[in-house]
Design a protein around this ligand. Structure first.
Ligand SMILES: [Zn+2]
Length: 263
């Protein structure tokens, strides 16, 4: 009881803090398409590691990209842009599974009362995740075959050792005409995805994969990995769909491909 109360107070304090921070950074240079507010600057986030620059890893690196108000990152705003362009995806009675839900996207999707929305993660990590999390192991999900119309799995697979089983599971629970957004950080300079079970320490993972808890660095063959799992690719390239002005205002990677797949 005490813990629930303190969690609830922490959430409220955090909400007030973020609101105040949003006001402090108010401006017109940058725009968050999730909370709808504009700012003079976004806040810094991400890691500054040599491999990220050396390999031009898309979706990684230290830069100002965090919304001072809703804490969205560029990767969240790219997904929101995708849904803005494909609004019909969130039509009545759609079932949506959101793995390791980012708070900003969670708040966005929660507003859709017409969909069945399930935020799910392997661990319940305090106030980062919403209260009503479903615990799920991506490599062995408790859901029935063909249960979800939409699956969002944003920057998760690079943390999972057995990503092939995870992809199989995502394929299994996705309906025939459904879509899964399976975004990962990737390098087009790397032909073959780099993974090596010997690389275990946080230091080595930073050195080779670009983050202390990543178990591989995806290369240009990521599309082949998705195809091997049975998926058809339906890529959404930022600069083909979003104006250069909006890309800059939202601090997106212009050349980023959002990996959207279906069965
Ligand atoms: Zn925001």
């Amino acid at each position: 009881m005490k813990k629930i109360l303190s969690d609830s107070i922490s959430r409220k304090v955090k909400k007030i803090y973020l609101f105040a921070r949003g006001i402090a950074y108010y401006g017109t240079n940058y725009h968050c398409n999730i909370c709808g507010k504009s700012f003079r600057k976004f806040l810094p986030g991400g890691f500054d590691l040599p491999i990220i620059k050396e390999m031009d890893i898309i979706g990684a690196g230290r830069r100002n990209h965090i919304c001072p108000n809703c804490q969205s990152t560029d990767r969240d705003r790219l997904i929101k842009s995708f849904f803005d362009i494909n609004q019909e995806l969130l039509s009545d009675n759609k079932t949506v599974l959101h793995i390791a839900p980012e708070p900003s996207l969670y708040n966005f999707l929660k507003k859709y009362k017409n969909i069945k929305y399930i935020p799910a993660a392997k661990y319940h990590e305090g106030i980062y995740y919403p209260k009503e999390m479903t615990l799920v192991d991506l490599t062995s999900m408790q859901f029935a075959n063909n249960e979800f119309d939409i699956i969002i799995c944003n920057h998760v697979l690079e943390h999972i050792e057995d990503h092939k089983t995870a992809l199989k599971e995502i394929y299994r629970v996705l309906v025939k005409k459904g879509i899964a957004i399976l975004q990962v950080p990737y390098s087009l300079k790397l032909k073959n995805t780099h993974e090596n079970p010997e690389i275990k320490s946080e230091k080595d993972r930073e050195k080779y994969f670009g983050q202390f808890d990543h178990v591989r660095l995806y290369g240009s063959d990521y599309t082949d990995i998705l195809k091997s799992a049975g998926f058809k690719l339906n890529e959404f390239i930022a600069e083909d769909n979003i104006s250069p002005n909006k890309i800059e205002k939202m601090k997106l990677f212009a050349n980023e491909t959002l990996f959207v797949v279906n069965k």
